[in-house]
Design a protein around this ligand. Sequence first.
Ligand SMILES: [Zn+2]
Length: 74
Amino acid sequence: MDLKSLNLGRGKWVVANCGKFPSEKNCRLVIMAPDSQRGDLVDAAATHAAARHGHQNTPQLRKELDSFLDVVEI
Ligand SMILES: [Zn+2]
């Protein structure tokens, strides 16, 4: 199976990539969403950061996570 067979749909996708950041857990979680669901992605990433990395799920954290998102074209 390759990425294409996931049938994600064409367009811009936003990606939260935990592996970009050094962590004691070597977390490699990647979460993706269509650009139109950027808010959902930030929700999921904030939940993950709070549950697994000890962050406080605050508006400030969500703002920071949002600024770390990558955008890819599929
Ligand atoms: Zn993580």
